[in-house]
Design a protein around this ligand. Sequence first.
Ligand SMILES: [Zn+2]
Ligand SMILES: [Zn+2]
Ligand SMILES: [Zn+2]
Length: 155
Amino acid sequence: MPGSKKIEIFARNNNLREGWLSLGNQLGENYQSWKIILNCDNCKKSINTGIKRYKSRLIPNYDICEYCFIYSQQSGEKLSDHSPKDFFVFNNNIDEEVLHHYFSCNVCNCEPIWGNRFTCEECENYDLCETCFDKLLSEGDTHINEHKINNIEVN
Ligand SMILES: [Zn+2]
Ligand SMILES: [Zn+2]
Ligand SMILES: [Zn+2]
């Protein structure tokens, strides 16, 4: 490649790298973000980029904003019976969804995984997209309750 040694064909604003030729149809300042903005299940305000998101490990699609989480810590008021360890923590710093190349979801088989990836610390090659994580949670899946599942936000 002229002027660069490597090529990124799925370039997005968040994965531009020096020395790489970046191609992609989702680049540029006018590119409209398609990331889904969630609302806090406590205060109902939107959890915008830059505000940490606390996602429940116990209740599907239950998300708390950074402010409500900190307030509950300080006041000792529990959020729907959750302890701090019952939440995944997302820094939520990237204004676009992320692609996890070479990872496929063990339930819906999508590859790459878009958005957030959930991976089992104890099983090799066990990854889930967020939709399927919530689906398994709602079905009372024993594996995700018994094994340590980590959230991967950035690839
Ligand atoms: Zn809130
Ligand atoms: Zn999936
Ligand atoms: Zn496992």
